[in-house]
Design a protein around this ligand. Structure first.
Ligand SMILES: Cc1cc2ncn([C@H]3O[C@H](COP(=O)(O)O)[C@@H](O)[C@H]3O)c2cc1C
Ligand SMILES: O=C(O)c1cccnc1
Length: 382
């Protein structure tokens, strides 16, 4: 299908536009969308493949999306996928919102680094480069070998965020710095050759700020967004719901009446008040991928809450995102709907770390391959 693209006599291909680092996080500049003409070309080729019309189902949507992102038909199966797990602790974890203690956060950083966490296993299986970054973990991680610890802490911003039902998670300038940092980390991964990015997360308690962010941005009450996270029981769920509602009420009291659909919420303020530094770095990372035209597979609740914030910062950025899976968290499904994303997998997963996105990688690769390698109906000897 390449013959349909404009032909130039100039033998020197144009240099890719250099995207400057994010300066004003509230004005990330126009984020271009994937190439619509290429998507149409991909659709035309899909319609011509040796199959009953539409028989590849959602694989066709994925193939067309990837073609548009890469600007070429057929798309290349992504082979240089980079996943970055952003780890951080959350003050709210001290308030009975998780089924597990805070000590799990540093322990799981260790398990990720040693390649035995769920995300590490799946990343290895699919040849994905996985990095873990301590953005705001409380623990000093002194159990790690020095060289490894330096890498993991290379971008550490702070320690645990504030308990969001009582106080803002962090000051606005820290949220801004975190967004810029995430954008820069995405730029680094892309400069290192990444052709698809995944943002993972780790941090006991982080489903509470993520649910609060979804509630705030969608104008929904806590009762509709709050899920069991790591598996709190019924009493735990009722309590967690109260904590999320307290956080929303506090936001509305302290930051004006922007809650419940009264007006567009300032996404940076939302992150500062109800998110956390680790969540904000992930937002910057997703935005940084979109600003540079690199596709992203989204993961579970935290990832979808981050994508909602990205949408509030730059609505066109979402065009670079595909949803890896549907998690069991209600707020994740609500965010998927709001963003118009249909997840690749629906396996009842609720682990986080990036595992839902990683599990979807082979399906995405298959989508690219069938578009490139299948015969056309016109090739059949009828
Ligand atoms: C052993 C273990 C490994 C994990 N890996 C990811 N998470 C996931 O669960 C946590 C969020 O759920 P909540 O808000 O209920 O605490 C985060 O660490 C998230 O990454 C884990 C949780 C545990 C316990
Ligand atoms: O939806 C998720 O990704 C999720 C759910 C529970 C715990 N951690 C993450």
């Amino acid at each position: 299908m390449g013959q349909d693209r404009p032909v130039s006599n100039d033998p020197t291909p144009p240099l890719p536009a250099i995207v400057p680092d994010l300066t004003d996080v509230r004005r990330p500049g126009p984020v271009p969308v994937p190439d619509v003409r290429v998507v149409e070309q991909a659709r035309a080729r899909l319609a011509a493949l040796a199959q009953p019309a539409g028989a590849l189902g959602r694989l066709e949507d994925l193939a067309a999306w990837l073609a548009g992102c890469q600007g070429t038909v057929p798309p290349r199966p992504p082979q240089r996928i980079h996943a970055v797990v952003f780890a951080g602790d959350h003050g709210v974890a001290e308030h009975g919102v998780s089924a597990y203690p805070r000590a799990v956060t540093p322990a799981m950083v260790h398990t990720l680094v040693t390649g035995r966490a769920g995300a590490a296993v799946l990343a290895r299986q699919h040849g994905v480069a996985l990095r873990v970054l301590d953005i705001s973990v409380d623990d000093d991680l002194t159990g790690l070998p020095d060289a490894v610890r330096q890498q993991v802490q290379a971008h550490k911003l702070t320690r645990s965020s504030g308990a969001i039902q009582l106080t803002d998670a962090m000051p606005v300038p820290l949220a801004e710095a975190a967004l810029r940092l995430g954008d820069r980390i995405a730029a680094q991964e892309i400069a290192a050759g990444a052709d698809l990015l995944i943002a993972g997360e780790l941090g006991i308690g982080n489903t509470t700020p993520a649910a609060a962010l979804v509630a705030l941005l969608l104008g929904l009450p806590a009762a509709e967004v709050t899920g069991r996270g790591t598996g709190v029981d019924d009493a735990g769920l009722a309590h967690k719901q109260q904590v999320v509602q307290q956080a929303l009420d506090r936001f509305s009291r302290e930051h004006g009446d922007a809650v419940h659909g009264a007006g567009p919420v300032d996404p940076v303020l939302a992150l500062a008040a109800l998110g956390g530094p680790d969540l904000a770095v992930g937002v910057g990372f997703l935005l940084g991928a979109a600003r540079r035209g690199v596709p992203v597979l989204l993961d579970g609740l935290i990832s979808l809450a981050q994508a909602l914030v990205v949408q509030a910062l730059a609505s066109t950025a979402v065009a670079w995102f595909a949803a890896g899976h549907r998690s069991t968290e209600p707020a994740q499904s609500l965010a998927l709907d709001k963003l118009g994303l249909v997840p690749v997998l629906d396996l009842g997963m609720r682990l986080g770390e990036g595992t839902g996105a990683l599990a979807a990688v082979p399906v995405l690769r298959s989508a690219a391959l069938v578009l490139g390698e299948m015969a056309l109906l016109s090739d059949l000897q009828l």
